[in-house]
Design a protein around this ligand. Sequence first.
Ligand code: 0O2
Length: 218
Amino acid sequence: EFLEFIRQNKEPYDMLMSYYRCAIMEVETKFKVLNEQFSLQYDRNPIEGIKSRIKSRKSLIKKIRNRGIPITLEAIEENITDIAGLRIICSFPEDIYMLEECLLEQDDVTLIERKNYIKEPKPSGYRSLHLIVEVPIFLHKEKRNVKVEVQLRTIAMDFWASLEHKLRYKKSIPENQSQELARELAECAEISAMLDERMQIIRNKISSAQENGDNKRA
Ligand code: 0O2
């Protein structure tokens, strides 16, 4: 049904997807600018990597079906907030919140929704900060506001999520084995969160030791 809809509305559908690609470019640039500025001002890069994706057609169809969303472009645009997705990978948890603050204080960024799965991890052990933001994109003759999902996470959270994602989509693993692996993964999520915390503490100690050293020299 959805594929038939796309066939009949090919042009407006392709146009909508292109708006999402533009919005990804806009938000990605904002993060790159912040990274550049931090590297000049503080001699460090808070961002280790950026990944982006447009939600696959398969995943979009699944969500539309599961949520009973009417098949119109307006309803899709209104209800599916993660068609444009950006993943920002940081080394340290504190950088996640620092980047969030820097993004949200920009006057063309509107926060639509915030889910803090770092403070309250999912039962699987999944951790990340999810933000749905709306940004304007400037087209030939109009300005449009487009929603983008930004997932901010540490290298450790990302490492964990990619392995867990593999388990989630491997339907061929027998149920009892898959349950055992899920339990092990949940345990690893705890260990990895502890590692993140300790690395953050060490980084902060290094920074203040360095500052003390600099002050003494001055
Ligand atoms: P994709 O790339 O879209 O195909 P829902 O999306 O309806 O399941 P909700 O509340 O709208 O749920 O979104 P949520 O849970 O805030 O975020 C969904 C996305 O977060 C997922 O995208 C994953 O990228 C990530 N995510 C959430 N929970 C987990 C988890 O337990 N393990 C892993 N590995 N990733 C998770 P999609 O929809 O799966 O993928």
